[in-house]
Design a protein around this ligand. Structure first.
Ligand SMILES: NC(=O)c1ccc[n+]([C@@H]2O[C@H](COP(=O)([O-])OP(=O)(O)OC[C@H]3O[C@@H](n4cnc5c(N)ncnc54)[C@H](OP(=O)(O)O)[C@@H]3O)[C@@H](O)[C@H]2O)c1
Length: 328
């Protein structure tokens, strides 16, 4: 990975999202909020900010509607509560969304965290496993029938873009310490207090996301649902603000030289969600290019872990919801 990141070009002219609707999770800050803003500047008609803090969401709506590039377009923007660290909240959100929005064109799975410390989620899983991975698997399980029905009604596929990280290829513990060598269960390995080194925790959670996306995409009817994953590179957001000061200082120095602006990061997410074509279905986009499946995920060990992860995730989801046919 070169130290300096390539320059990102803006979105091509002529994108018009008039009449379309979108949901962005974690839309109250950083890349989620910027993606929401850019979709609105492209004439998106209806936007749902799926956020854990509703009053922060309301402030975002106010600010978005005052943005000179959006103001005159008069979009409908609503907040729906979604705390992806809380499975009950995910289920309530999944039931409320179809009542609020009869059809959905674009779903951006953006909410995410980066953590060094092992921190249990109320779900019983480690927090980054829950927030970055399992919450999205549950959301997709609960929303798939609605997303399929949306595509039938609108006559074009519902687009899902999930935020991943290219670090899943480089900063992961999986190839060095395959979970199956040390633990019977992939999720148990990830949830363990001392199994995953803090430096690998974030990228390992994103390995789970990539594996799940690779397993799910072939099960979807691509004429109804198009799913891809994108990494916008290092972007100057608050995602590293959790770091202790002695880490934050050097990281902030690197970010000052290397990180992309939030606007450039947003271009890459919007590109994945509305510009990239069917060739991106089931693929990981590094900036705008399709990235080859990692050497580890292609290896025998990686394939075994991916299969095991799918089975374990289905077992988890069965406890929480009714599985859609694509998950069976
Ligand atoms: N920044 C990068 O360099 C980079 C690179 C590659 C991928 N990504 C991915 O991009 C996504 C967005 O990251 P970011 O850089 O924009 O981070 P950020 O500035 O920290 O924003 C994270 C967003 O996620 C929300 N969130 C966190 N926990 C949540 C929860 N339990 N329920 C609902 N929402 C929650 C936050 O809500 P609050 O406003 O309430 O805190 C915030 O809106 C993440 O998935 C990240 O992994 C980022």
């Amino acid at each position: 990975m070169p130290f300096l990141q390539p320059k990102v070009t803006p979105l091509p002219p002529g994108i018009d999202l008039t009449g379309k609707s979108a949901v962005v999770t974690g839309a109250s800050a950083g890349l989620g909020l910027e993606t929401a803003r850019q979709l609105l500047t492209l004439n998106l008609t209806t936007l749902i900010l799926a956020v854990r803090n509703e009053s922060k969401g309301a402030t975002c709506i106010k600010n978005l509607l005052q943005d000179p590039a959006i103001k005159s377009k008069k979009p409908t923007i609503k907040v729906l509560k979604l705390d992806v660290n809380d499975n009950n909240c995910i289920t309530t959100f999944s039931k409320t969304l179809p009542q609020t929005l009869p059809t959905l064109d674009i779903l951006i799975l953006n909410a995410g965290i980066s953590r060094l410390k092992h921190n249990p989620s109320p779900s019983g899983h480690e927090e980054s496993v829950q927030v970055n991975y399992l919450s999205n698997a549950l959301l997709l399980a609960e929303l798939l029938p609605y997303l399929n029905a949306s595509a039938e009604k609108t006559g074009s596929p519902t687009r899902i873009t999930w935020l991943g990280s290219r670090m899943h290829q480089t900063m992961t513990s999986f190839p060095k310490k395959s979970p199956l060598d040390t633990c019977d269960s992939v999720l148990e390995y990830m949830d363990g207090g001392d199994t995953v080194s803090p430096l690998y925790r974030y990228a390992d959670s994103k390995v789970l996301c990539a594996m799940f996306m690779y397993s799910l995409a072939p099960r979807l009817d691509a004429s109804k649902i198009m799913l891809n994953m994108v990494c916008p590179g290092m972007v100057d957001t608050a995602i590293s603000d959790f770091l202790p000061i002695y880490w934050r200082l050097p990281v902030n120095l690197v970010k000052a030289v290397r990180a992309r602006s939030v606007e450039a990061g947003g271009w890459l997410i919007v590109n994945a969600a509305v510009v990239a074509g069917p060739e991106s279905h089931g693929r990981f986009l590094e900036d705008k290019e399709v990235l080859e499946v990692s050497k580890y995920i292609r290896s025998e060990a990686g394939k075994n872990v991916q299969e095991k992860l799918w089975e374990e995730t289905m077992d988890e989801l069965k406890k929480l919801t009714t599985l859609p046919r694509e998950f069976e």
